[in-house]
Design a protein around this ligand. Sequence first.
Ligand code: GKR
Ligand code: MG
Length: 424
Amino acid sequence: MPRQISITQVRITPIAFRDGPLLNAAGIHEPWALRAIVELETSDGRVGISETYGDEPMLRVLDQAKDLVIGLSPFDLNQMEERVRATIKATPGAVEFELAPGSHAAKNAPKVISTLEVAMLDLQGQIIGAPVVDLLGGKVRDAVPYSAYLFFKYAEHIDKPYAPDAWGEGISPEQIVAQAQRMIDLYGFQSIKLKGGVFEPAHEIACMQALAKAFPGMPLRLDPNANWTLETSIKAAPALDEILEYYEDPCPGLEGMAELQKHTKLPLATNMVITTMDDFRRGCNMGSIKVLLSDHHYWGGLRATQTLARMAKLWGFGMSMHSNSHLGISLMAMTHVAASVPNLTYACDTHYPWQEEEVIKGGRVVFDNGSVRVPTTPGLGVELDREKLAELHEQYLTCGVRNRDDLTQMRKYQPDFTGKNPRF
Ligand code: GKR
Ligand code: MG
């Protein structure tokens, strides 16, 4: 009987994998990105898996939470949630990284709930022989489209910890078009996002114009991560109005975005000004956005993402999905939930093309015409490759990175880099 199966063990393994010299509003990615792989083992010997943030504050809260599920059935999601909410609080003084909402300590409980929920749903699926998407009400699409997520980048990390990646430098409009072409050739993406907030807005607009010219009719997005002032964002709007599908987080704050929305024909999108239900309520009242980027890792899980999507529908917001550097377990969780949400109609973000390593059996997840097929096998549909896990854990132990710090990394290239936000 499924209900007699209980969780007997929780394993948390921090890992580090190679990440490119990708530029953003805060600075530049370090050579190693961190994640944590969580395994829940059951009394009948099954293992449910999940992937989440791997920075030190997150590892500490995961450690506090791990005993909370011992003895629970994998079907006890509500009890798990109650226990986590009662125990896991915001950690004062935790390292927070403004442009990645997943690092906010206030989200400790939703982040832990999400991590445990995904592994428990994986177990539920294995027990009853159904893919996770079926536990979420079934799929409304067979494959989930992702977008080509472009970054300005240097050819190589200044620390030179390993051989440079195959993407080369990405700074000029020509290089950004070439990066897009390579990503589309490799994965078949049918929409493009450029991470902005790095160079003068005129340069970033020129890159978007070059993309529009090179890929006529392709939906395009630009995301300056709130590194443009309201004034700059208003000034940039006419040039972008005709070429973007949405304008993502150009300027800071719900108020700024609400004002900007009056000056652009474009829908404004966010994963920065609405990251909690309180922001959601205020954003609705203020008319700050038209598209919300969900992210199950910090919104409280797959079922919470479905609730969020229902609220977005009620308020007339479109839905897209946010990402940080991640591997295939996260990609599969994203795919299951996105396949279950009818109004998630924009192609989801993913950093996956920038990652070369994997922890799942069979290696990297395959994209077909820019989409990931929704698994039909039980649970998440992916299993841990223990050898790779051990390798990536070893990299974690030796890499020296414990908290993402794009600002300090950038100062190795530009000692006077201020990291001021908004900078333009
Ligand atoms: O990985 O550099 C990055 C991104 O800028 C990330 O930190 C953001 O959270 O992808 C994200 C976004 O859409 O804002
Ligand atoms: Mg964004």
